[in-house]
Design a protein around this ligand. Structure first.
Ligand SMILES: Cc1cc2nc3c(=O)[nH]c(=O)nc-3n(C[C@H](O)[C@H](O)[C@H](O)COP(=O)(O)OP(=O)(O)OC[C@H]3O[C@@H](n4cnc5c(N)ncnc54)[C@H](O)[C@@H]3O)c2cc1C
Length: 385
């Protein structure tokens, strides 16, 4: 068994034994997936994106997809929370200094630290690469952060937050952002209301105000001028692949529900099993094909990304746009196949459909992804609005 198979095996066990059960409660009460994240920390899978040099697993995009997929299949928010931790880790790891590695990456590898990504803001919404949160220098070594973030997954539960800010000077342009790591206990962090979404209810994706937060220069990631490099080389691939895996898991779970329902249901008046009805067989076949072609695109995109291929970006953009349609369509159609029984309150398919629906509105949103894809194919500037 190679390392990847071993990690997937561990993720599958945690997904089945912890996340699946916790998901029912988290969906009902909108509580963060505390037991699942504890199990992932205990297993050291939370060190997936930490380079081996710092004691981590040194995994790539394909591993991220597969683990997010297994978690997402059991409970969508488990995939999302794990994914956002991994993206935050990848952003820290991309150009980590020795201090950042010791402070963040090593504890993450040891299973004692959760991080997450706080990019979205109330003012700029889906255009997360135009933050308005300000990072101002007080001296060469001291900076102060002021602003607001929305939808911070793992909000209030992570040990650190990777926050995007506009550049470290007063005359910096709106696209001149830096990322800075803020510790959870930093004075000046004020959390908004608990997360209470339509779906994806176990994420704790909360709003937060950042008021006069003091950070040292060592908390700033990368160098001036690295901004677009971070967006396209780290945030986009890791975020899009983590989300693609999670939403693929949702689509697979919905397909499985449809299969089980058709196999289970037999009519009293004539003994017909729904599994014997040609139209339903045909529709189930269509759902399987949808899931399978989307899976192949996602796996292909992740492998291209891991190999450093120049074609990776377009495939990665397409993968998250396509999986959003796949997850919503398959969950929606599975509910039709499951009849009125599938439509009941607190049912599994209802939860999967609500969770799947978040895929279209999570930035980069589906519409923006297709637009970026078109721009990439036409050699146009991708972030032109
Ligand atoms: C469950 C969940 C978890 C999240 N977790 C995180 C997280 O951990 N970290 C984080 O930083 N963010 C997170 N987000 C935020 C997310 O990534 C988006 O930023 C957010 O959902 C955008 O919402 P909005 O209401 O501001 O959208 P708006 O920006 O108001 O957009 C509304 C609609 O307009 C469309 N639109 C806007 N501009 C254009 C354009 N130029 N062309 C075409 N269409 C356009 C958008 O695609 C969208 O459909 C999360 C969101 C959700 C729902």
């Amino acid at each position: 068994m190679n390392d990847l198979e071993k990690w997937i095996g561990i993720a599958t066990t945690i997904a089945r034994e912890v996340a699946r059960e916790e998901g029912t409660e988290a969906d009902r009460n909108a509580t963060w997936v505390v037991r699942t994240m504890a199990a992932l920390k205990e297993s050291k899978l939370t060190g997936l994106m930490v380079p081996a040099a710092y004691g981590g697993l040194g995994g790539g995009l394909f591993a991220l997809v597969r683990i997010s997929e297994e978690l997402g299949k059991a409970y969508s928010s488990a995939g999302l929370c794990f994914g956002m931790h991994c993206v935050g880790t990848a952003v820290i790891a991309a150009k980590a200094t020795g201090w950042q590695a010791a402070q963040y990456l090593e504890p993450i590898a040891q299973g004692s630290h959760i991080t997450t990504l706080a990019l979205s803001e109330p003012g700029t919404g889906a255009h997360f690469y135009f933050p308005q949160t300000i990072l101002l220098p007080r001296s060469a070594d001291d900076f102060v952060v002021n602003g607001a973030k929305t939808f911070v997954t793992n909000g209030g539960h992570a040990d650190s937050y990777v926050v995007s800010t506009i550049g470290a000077s007063e005359d910096a342009g709106p696209d001149q952002f830096s990322c800075v790591v803020i510790d959870a206990q930093a004075p000046g962090i004020r959390w908004g209301e608990p997360w209470n979404g339509l779906g994806m209810r176990g994420n704790s994706s909360r709003s937060v105000e950042l008021r006069d937060i003091q950070v040292g220069a060592r908390h700033i990631l990368g160098e001036k001028g690295d901004q677009l490099w971070y967006v396209f080389n780290v945030v986009a691939p890791y975020f899009l692949m983590a989300m693609a895996g999670t939403y693929l898991g949702i689509a697979e779970a919905a397909l499985q529900e449809a299969r089980e329902t058709l196999a289970r249901r037999t009519y009293a008046h004539n003994g017909t099993q729904l599994a014997q009805v040609s139209l339903l067989q045909h529709r189930l076949g269509g759902l399987w094909a949808n899931v399978e072609r989307t899976r192949q695109l996602i796996y292909h995109a992740a492998r291209l990304g891991d190999s450093g291929s120049a074609d990776a970006l377009t495939a990665i953009l397409a993968a998250k746009a396509e999986v959003a349609h796949c997850a919503v369509d398959v969950a929606n159609e599975a509910m039709t196949l499951a009849g009125g029984i599938g439509y009941r309150e607190h049912g599994r398919l209802g939860q999967l459909l609500r969770d799947a629906r978040a895929a279209h509105v999570m930035a980069p949103t589906t519409d923006l992804l297709y637009t970026w894809l078109g721009r990439a194919l036409l050699d146009q500037p991708i972030l032109s609005d």
